[in-house]
Design a protein around this ligand. Sequence first.
Ligand code: OAD
Length: 260
Amino acid sequence: MIRDQLLDAFGKAKRVFVFTGAGAIKESGLPTFRDLDGEWRKYDPMTFATMEGFVRDPVAVWNMYRMRQKQIAQAEPNPGHVTLSRFDHHYPDFLLTTQNVDDLHERAGSRRIVKIHGNAWEMRCLDTGEVFDVRDFDLPDEFTVNTLPRCPRCGTICRPNIVWFGEYVPQDLMMASMNAAATCDLMLVVGTSGEVSNGYGFAEYALANGAKIVEINPREGALTHYAHFWIPEPAGVALPRIWRLLTGEDISYQLSENES
Ligand code: OAD
């Protein structure tokens, strides 16, 4: 039976690699990018997610990220995030590579994380490349040309520390992710369309190592054809169910208990 095979893959796995995208934050009330209600339907990525767009209108770009920071601060990790952090503590060899720039995986308790698209809470000096946490500074809710965030050391304007279109993922983060994919025996693909850089080839690396691939996404995407198991459900539903079947622990129940 497929369910037994799926649980067998989780039960036998020793080295687990997880690749997440914006679908993982959907149930926390944050938007994806390419769905009908996604960010790239509202914001032109050429303006808001390229260096050229930033140079043309840094105020508009910073204000979009400032609004995003507020949304992230108000959002809470969902049961999908909590389950992934349980996996982090359960499997001795584990890495979660996320394309998400929020901190919900960390706030759910995940420890071994690689953020390949940057961090919405960070700004980077355009001159020196030094990175700062925006929360360490008294920044306005809305920027003007005169109040754009500046490097505290040299005064140069800072940009959001996000990997934009046409830019490379830092090499050390890419290597760590590729190594984890190439040596895992179970790969989970959660909530990504897989459209950016074709999922970075992580699924191919995992397959080459003989890993089982499990995808959780209500819709088919660019990586679905690699998956041995595709669970067409929201992450916050499917992941806690897998965990409950494996361990008996009910994560969604615990969350609502804590919240009440
Ligand atoms: P996309 O918006 O491309 O894809 C989101 C995926 O999440 C889609 O495949 C949805 O079907 C799926 N989804 C929606 N709700 C879900 C749920 N509750 N549970 C599971 N899956 C769900 O977002 P990403 O693949 O993350 O880059 O996009 C990759 C990158 O493109 C982003 O990191 C962003 C964007 O340009 C930057 O901003 C640097």
